[in-house]
Design a protein around this ligand. Structure first.
Ligand code: 48F
Length: 281
């Protein structure tokens, strides 16, 4: 009697089953450890390190990867996608306006124009989240999930990388030293709290490219203003440190806009374009 080893596609005698199944288990563990180590090691030095895997960051990651830029996202949660999944108040639909439809099309995300509001489209937020993640990874960006960025590398008056640790280590308050990733540019896509820009201000004491040199703070909801300012506020705030999405709006005092996502998607495009220009210099 012979059995098929599902991993090695080998036939082996039944009396060797115990030994072979241990081999299979070790083969799986070994494959995971070796391939993860390879992925991690080859991404310790990047062109662009993105913090947060929300919609603006995922669009930026795909656009950068499509242009041949070496880019990775470090996302605190197990599932990237940020505030995309839950739609509006857990009704899992979102709205995107005409200007950003070309980005949905690039990712192959279906959408339907509203009968009563031409120019505005609804789409399934789960399809959007999963397609943005797939699009970024498929283009060549790497995503390291369950990784929290706890500090920045700051050398020669420039932001030059990230200090990272596992999210469970952060959550459990374990006293474990972090590791470091170096990059030519850092993109803060951490959403409302602008965590990375906040670290630059609080710990490196930098003056940002804002009217006060500090974070101005997000304003309440005003949809059309917020949509426009999300894109306007996407820029380099300090040498090597860019912000996109709600992070950019928080830094520059923009308005919030709720479950309309065109501004987020266009902000990701703009961030990638600015970074590509900078990397060319
Ligand atoms: O907030 P988020 O979805 O980013 P965004 O691209 O999009 C904002 C919209 O989702 C929504 C909105 C649209 O109308 O207002 O809020 O600006 O995603 C931010 C991601 O960053 C992760 C966080 O878990 C989330 O997935 N994140 C935040 N801080 C860190 C981080 C950190 N220190 N390290 C790693 N990931």
């Amino acid at each position: 009697m012979f059995q098929i080893d599902p991993v090695r596609h080998m036939r082996f005698p039944e009396n060797e089953e115990n030994i072979m199944s241990q081999v299979v288990e070790n083969t799986i563990s070994d494959a995971i450890i070796r391939n993860f180590a390879e992925k991690f090691r080859t991404n310790l030095t990047l062109d662009v390190a993105i913090v947060g895997g929300g919609p603006s960051a995922l669009v930026a990651a795909k656009t950068l990867a499509d242009a041949g830029v070496k880019v990775a996202i470090f996302e605190r949660k197990l599932a990237p996608g940020g505030g995309t999944w839950g739609g509006g108040m857990l009704f899992n639909e979102v709205v995107v306006q005409d200007d950003a439809i070309y980005i949905l099309d690039e990712f192959g995300i279906k959408h339907r124009e509203l009968d009563n509001a031409p120019g505005y489209h609804t789409l399934d937020s789960v399809e959007m989240a999963s397609a943005l993640i797939y699009g970024a990874v498929h283009a060549g960006a790497k995503i390291f999930n369950s990784v929290s960025v706890e500090d920045i590398v700051f050398r020669d008056e420039k932001v030059g990388g990230l200090v990272i640790n596992w999210t469970p280590v952060e959550r459990l308050g374990m006293h474990v030293d972090p590791l470091t990733v170096l990059s030519k540019c850092v993109l803060d896509g951490t959403g409302h709290p602008s965590e990375i820009i906040r670290l630059a201000v609080d710990k490196a004491k930098v003056q940002l490219d804002t009217p006060t040199g500090n974070i101005l703070g997000e304003r309440p909801m005003w949809v059309d203003k917020g949509e426009a300012s999300t894109v306007e506020n996407t820029k380099e705030y300090y040498p090597g440190l860019f912000a996109c999405g709600m992070s950019a709006n928080n830094v520059m005092g923009g308005y919030r806009m709720g479950p309309i996502f065109g501004g987020m998607l266009m902000s990701g495009k703009k961030a990638a374009d600015l970074i590509i220009e900078k990397l060319k210099k």
